[in-house]
Structure formats: C-alpha cells, structure tokens
Design a protein around this ligand. Structure first.
Ligand code: NDP
Length: 326
C-alpha cells in the first residue's frame, strides 16, 4: 500500500480530491517504477487537482505533472534500482498518473537522471516551472539578449521567480513585473533590479510601438500584457512566451515584428527533446544559485494539495511549493 492524492468525479461532474491508500497493482503500465521523494505545484496541477481544465482524461486520477525520486524497479537498461531520477512533462499528471503519490510508474523515455549537484528536493524546487524558465533563458540567449533590462512577467510566480534568479545570476539587469507589491523585497532578493507594477502594463495596445525599453523578456502572463510588451522591445530583441496566467488571447499588431525585428519565441516544456532537457538541467545546476532557490521554497504535504491547487489558480502562490509526499 502507498499514499496518493486521488481525484475523482461524482455523478454531477464535480471533482473531489483526497489522500487515499492504494495498492501497487493499480499503477498504470510503464517500464520504470519510482519511489517518489518530492513533487511540486504548477498552474496545470491546480487545474488537474480541481476542475480538470480539459487536461485529465480519466477518473479516478493522480495529478502531479512532475516528480523526483529513486528507481525501485526497471525493465529498461538505462535505469537500475537506486538511480535518482526527475520527470517533467509528457502529459504525466494529466493523461497519465503523476507525482502526487509515494510511487509512480512511467516510461523510461520520460525520465532524466537527477543532474549532478542537485538533490531530489532541489530538483522539485526547480520543477517544471524552473525547467521552463531555463528553456526560456536559453532561447533568449540563442537569439541574443540586447542591452536593456530583461523583463520577467508574473515574476513572483514559479516560472518568474526562477527566471529572475537565473537572469540576475548571469549578470543581466532584471525588471520584474508583479501584481503583488508586497513581493517586491522577495523579488529584489532574487536579483531583480527594478519592480514594474502589473497595472503599468495592463492597458491594451493603443500605440503599436512605444519606447524601446527591454533587452529581452520571459513572459509567463500572455494576453494583453504580452501584446503591450511586444511594442516596448528593443530593436531585434526577443520575447520567450511561456505562459497564459493573464489570458490566452494576443491582442497585438504585427508592427513590432516588421519595424523592430522583434522575435516571439514559443517555449514548450512538455514535449521537449531529451538532449535539450539534459542541457537545460545542466544549466540549472550551474546557473541557479541554491541559496536563491531555497528562498523560493514553500514546503507542503499531500494533504495540503487541494488548497494549494486552488491557491495557484487564484495567483496566491509565491515562488515554488515543494511537496514531500512521504
Ligand atoms: P504561477 O501561478 O506560480 O505564476 C503565475 C504568475 O502570473 C502569478 O504568480 C502572478 O504573478 C501572475 N499573474 C497571475 N494572474 C495574472 C493576471 N491575471 N494578469 C497578470 N499576471 C498574472 O504559475 P507558474 O509560474 O507555474 O506558471 C506560469 C504560466 O506558465 C502558467 O500559465 C503556466 O501554465 C505556464 N507554464 C507553461 C509551461 C510551458 O511548457 N510552456 C510550463 C510551465 C508553466 P505576480 O503575482 O508576480 O503578478
């Protein structure tokens, strides 16, 4: 028997989440069984713990889109019992049972070895949010970061916090956009050099081009804010579009692309190829200061997940929640 957060749907279509004891034979098919140490809470987890958001295919369901732990049994030559592993993406925790359990069974192809220099706890403090932040920073570097400050939107959230810490560590000036002024000290401690109020970027585009202000941008918000930011980018600068915390629409014009050569770079963490996953995790181990990561951590247990799921959907989570499933 092991403990898991099980989400089930009743006859009225309403979902209910509770910690239950279940048996190993209920785990889905897969070639590697992992004893999970830690998981975390991402925006998508909030949907999968709660209403489903069109992501969960079948109930009962175990959410948790990422986890880190120790291989317990493996039918794949790449992994042996005792190996430390990390999983993010591949629709685990959505279409496949995920990390909110003491055991998980997955495909070997979905795993990466725990990077040197990280514990399983640190790996989940990074989690999908931090991994995606690193992918975004790598994409900006590949296209060239210009001279102005790098803007990070949704800065006090998971993606934004890690992006802020990595960019500051790499020596960039970081302008952190937040709707929570009380997080200013936190963001400054991560290395932000400027705090931008969410309202300053909330208005929809009136002029397609504004002053050339930002040398790059990691955008976790999307919507009207992303549209506005596009018109404020320096000539030739890039925006890495990561999230939609503020909306999926993009009420923009093409003028910043045509007159300023601005690049809009799409970032997907879920289907990311294996080699680039290794590259991103190695960069995280190198370029994310562990003391900054510690400052982002809010510890949690399986039983606290229903509340935390609601909190992240309401934009009330700061930094990174690390769930000790044991
Ligand atoms: P969080 O909830 O931790 O962070 C989102 C942040 O966005 C909030 O903390 C808040 O920051 C800001 N925000 C929330 N609502 C609004 C709003 N209405 N308008 C403007 N800003 C808002 O989520 P994550 O960091 O985990 O994820 C961020 C986004 O990235 C999500 O949309 C998520 O789905 C997406 N994502 C995408 C991935 C990919 O592969 N592309 C992978 C991981 C995440 P503040 O309080 O500072 O204003």
């Amino acid at each position: 028997m092991f403990k898991a957060l099980i989400v089930d749907k009743d006859d009225t279509g309403k979902t209910h989440a509770a910690v239950q004891d279940i048996t190993l034979d209920r785990l889905p098919a897969g070639d590697v069984t992992v004893a999970v140490d830690y998981s975390t809470v991402n925006y998508k987890d909030g949907l999968c713990i709660g209403p489903g958001g069109g992501l969960v295919r079948h109930y009962p369901h175990i959410p948790g889109i990422d986890f880190a732990g120790t291989v317990e049994a493996s039918d794949d030559p790449r992994y042996a019992p005792g190996d430390k592993v990390v999983l993010t993406g591949w629709r685990v925790g959505e279409a496949h049972w995920g990390g909110y359990a003491q055991k998980a069974r997955v495909k070997a192809d979905w795993l990466v070895p725990l990077p040197d220099g990280l514990t399983t706890r640190a790996a989940m403090a990074v989690g999908t949010a931090g991994f995606t932040a690193m992918l975004a920073v790598m994409a900006l570097e590949d296209h060239g970061i210009k001279s102005g400050p790098v803007l990070v939107t949704g800065a006090a959230g998971g993606v934004g916090s890690v992006a802020t810490a990595i960019l500051a560590h790499l020596g960039y000036q970081v302008a952190a956009v937040t709707g929570r002024p009380e997080t200013a000290d936190y963001l400054t401690s991560l290395g932000a050099t400027q705090i931008v109020a969410r309202e300053d970027l909330a208005e929809t585009v009136k002029r397609p081009l504004e002053g050339e202000t930002w040398g790059g941008c990691v955008d976790a918000v999307g919507g009207a804010m992303l549209a506005r930011v596009l018109g404020q980018m320096e000539y030739g600068a890039s925006v890495a579009a990561v999230g939609l915390a503020g909306g999926a629409n993009l009420p923009a014009t093409v003028i910043p692309f045509l007159l300023r050569g601005v690049n809009l770079l799409g970032i997907d963490s879920v289907m990311q190829p294996y080699d680039n996953r290794l590259r991103a995790w190695a960069r995280i181990a190198r370029d994310l200061p562990m003391d900054k990561l510690d400052a982002m951590i809010q510890p949690a247990t399986l039983a606290e997940l229903p509340q935390l799921g609601a909190d992240i959907l309401a934009g009330r989570v700061k930094g990174r929640v690390v769930v000790d499933v044991n």
